[in-house]
Design a protein around this ligand. Structure first.
Ligand code: FE2
Ligand code: FE2
Length: 295
């Protein structure tokens, strides 16, 4: 089960739905709140197996100060092993390993605060971050992987409505993460299969052109890319509030279904539709490592 950018849109019935569904693992792509310790505690107490990839909003003040605030340290302590930054979690029921990428990503060409990353993880460039993601993948027990990140990789997007396309400022271009693209190439070179990459951050509703909808499900070669960032993730339906989830189903390391689900206030799936995947051209240029300049 996947929960997109939360931005504090979370109700008791979200917990009811997860408890009823009993997924083998629930994956949060982050932006829980704005460096919100108490809300992080609320999510940490949801009584289902889970992993979290904290987002840029979860480290908002730490980026301003270029060091980890006490609040961020408390959030990381509360989540403990459930925070998947540069780490791996096994899901034997599905035959997959979940590999966590770099937390707190803002997307785009800059890490924003190499100081913060150095303090928390000993990385300060895209290259060293990519190496640390690959290190986590090497520890995976399965050959079939799901990568969990806050923002997606460079190499999938050109236009604002593309899955990780830039829709703000001067719109257009690719707002994907360079370290993640580098890591994906190296992980595949190791003979591991990246079955799915899950990352949000780039919200469904575009800033420019205002209100246009982003493509959030695409396939390139044998990898499914999923952007679950429907914000706000709670809407008012005819029969009350409903909240958004993406449900993925797995058998022996292969994904058998991806569904968009709106759960109702009784914690039951009210609308459930297969995710509309867009096939990306196989002629797409692979991300070129030699083009990389260090920041
Ligand atoms: Fe967000
Ligand atoms: Fe974000």
């Amino acid at each position: 089960m996947v929960v997109g950018d939360v931005h504090r849109f979370w109700r008791a019935f979200d917990v009811d739905y997860l408890v009823r569904e009993k997924p083998a693992l629930t994956m949060f792509v982050g932006d829980l709140g704005d460096e919100d310790v108490e809300f992080t505690r609320t999510i940490s107490q949801v009584p289902v197996p889970k992993v979290v990839m904290l987002g840029n909003h979860d480290a908002w003040e730490s980026f301003q100060k270029k060091r980890a605030t006490q609040r961020l340290k408390d959030m990381l302590a509360i989540l403990g092993d459930d925070h998947l930054g540069y780490d791996v979690r096994e899901v034997p029921e599905a035959g997959i390993s979940i590999v966590g990428a770099r937390p707190f990503s803002w997307g785009g060409p800059s890490l924003r605060s190499p100081e913060l990353y150095n303090e928390l993880y000993g990385v300060h460039t895209h290259r060293s971050s990519a190496a640390k993601i690959v290190e986590a993948a090497r520890r995976a027990e399965h050959r079939d992987l799901v990568i969990l990140a806050h923002n997606g990789p460079l190499g999938l997007s050109q236009d604002p409505h593309d899955i990780y396309g830039k829709d703000f400022g001067r719109p257009g271009g690719d707002w994907g993460d360079r370290d993640l693209a580098l890591a994906l190439q190296r992980i595949e070179d190791l003979g591991l299969r990246v079955r799915m990459l899950i990352a949000g951050h780039m919200h469904n509703s575009l800033v420019h052109p205002r209100g246009a909808q982003r493509v959030r499900f695409c396939r390139l070669h044998d990898t499914l890319y999923i952007n679950p960032a429907v914000v706000p993730r709670i809407r008012e339906g005819q029969l009350g509030s409903e909240s958004y989830f993406v449900r993925t189903s797995w058998v022996d390391g292969k994904c058998t279904a991806v569904d968009e689900v709106w759960a109702d206030a009784k914690g039951q799936a009210r609308h459930c539709t297969p995710a509309p995947f867009v096939e990306l051209g196989h002629d797409r240029e692979p991300f070129a490592e030699e083009d990389e300049g260090e920041e």
